[in-house]
Write a protein that binds this ligand. Structure first.
Ligand SMILES: [Zn+2]
Length: 245
C-alpha cells in the first residue's frame, strides 16, 4: 500500500452527487483508516475498490450527521451482506461522548440489526492529545465546533493535518503550521479566512473541503500570493488523491 490520502467527500449536508459529505481515506503503508464517514461515502469506498475488511479503523471528528451517518449502513452490511461480510474487528475512535452516541445510535434500530459473532466493534473515546493506532501516533486536537477534533501526523519529517469542522482561524493556523498537506474546512470559514490561514500557517498545499459553495481556486491563489503565500491552495474534488512521500 503506497502512502496517500484520498478525499472521499468534499461536501457537507447538501445533496450534490459530485460533493458527498465528509470523509478522508488515509493509507500509511500498513495502516488504513477513515477520518469521518458521512452519507454516501460507502459508495466512494466501493469506487476505490475497498471491501469491508479493508476498513478496520474509523475516526470520527465529531457527531454531526454529515460526518457519521454512513456508519449505519456500514455496520448493517458488515453483519448481513452475502457478497462482502465482515470478518475483522472494527475500531471506532472519537471525542468524549462517543460511547453514549454509539449506544444511542444502536438503540434506534431493532436489537438484531447489528448483531454478529464474526467480529467485535471496539469503541475508543479519545481525550485531547495523542491517538495510537497500530504503531502510528496521531495528534488529536480540539478545534472549536461541536466537540470537533482535528487529526495530524508526521511521516518522513513532514506534517499532514485534517481540521474536521471548525471556524477558529487562530487555532487552525497553529494546528496547520508548516504542513506538507493541510485539509481544511472551507465551509465554516470564508475565503478571507482561507487566505489568512494560507499566509500565516504556510502549508505547502492547502486543500479546501466541506464546501457549501464552489470556490474560485485561481482567485484564492492570486490573492494569497499577493500577501506572500508561496504554496498552493487547492479546491478539493471528491476522490482527489495525494501521495505522501
Ligand atoms: Zn460538517
Amino acid at each position: 500500500m503506497r502512502d496517500r490520502i484520498v478525499i472521499l467527500g468534499t461536501g457537507t449536508c447538501q445533496i450534490l452527487p459530485h460533493r458527498l459529505s465528509s470523509s478522508v481515506l488515509i493509507e500509511l503503508t500498513h495502516l488504513r483508516l477513515l477520518y469521518d464517514i458521512g452519507p454516501g461515502i460507502l459508495g466512494r469506498l466501493c469506487e476505490s475498490g475497498l471491501k469491508q475488511d479493508d476498513i478496520c479503523h474509523i475516526i470520527l471528528s465529531h457527531f454531526h450527521p454529515d460526518h457519521v451517518t454512513d456508519l449505519i449502513p456500514l455496520l448493517q452490511a458488515s453483519c448481513w451482506s452475502k457478497t462482502d461480510p465482515r470478518s475483522k474487528d472494527l475500531h471506532i475512535y472519537g471525542p468524549k461522548g462517543l460511547k453514549e452516541f454509539f449506544a444511542k445510535m444502536l438503540d434506534l434500530f431493532s436489537p438484531g440489526t447489528f448483531q454478529c459473532d464474526r467480529f467485535t466493534i471496539h469503541i475508543h473515546e479519545c481525550e485531547q492529545g495523542t491517538i495510537h493506532i497500530e504503531g502510528m501516533s496521531f495528534d488529536w486536537v480540539s478545534l472549536p465546533h461541536a466537540g470537533n477534533h482535528g487529526l495530524r501526523w508526521i511521516k518522513n519529517e513532514k506534517i499532514y493535518a485534517l481540521t474536521g469542522d471548525t471556524y477558529d482561524v487562530e487555532k487552525v493556523i497553529r494546528f496547520l503550521r508548516d504542513a506538507e498537506i493541510a485539509v481544511v474546512d472551507a465551509g465554516h470559514m470564508g475565503e478571507k479566512d482561507i487566505i489568512t490561514i494560507a499566509k500565516h500557517a504556510c502549508p505547502k498545499r492547502l486543500v479546501c473541503t466541506h464546501l457549501y459553495e464552489e470556490l474560485d481556486e485561481e482567485k484564492l491563489n492570486r490573492e494569497a500570493a499577493d500577501i506572500g503565500y508561496n504554496g498552493t491552495i487547492i479546491v478539493g474534488q471528491d476522490l482527489m488523491s495525494f501521495d505522501l512521500y
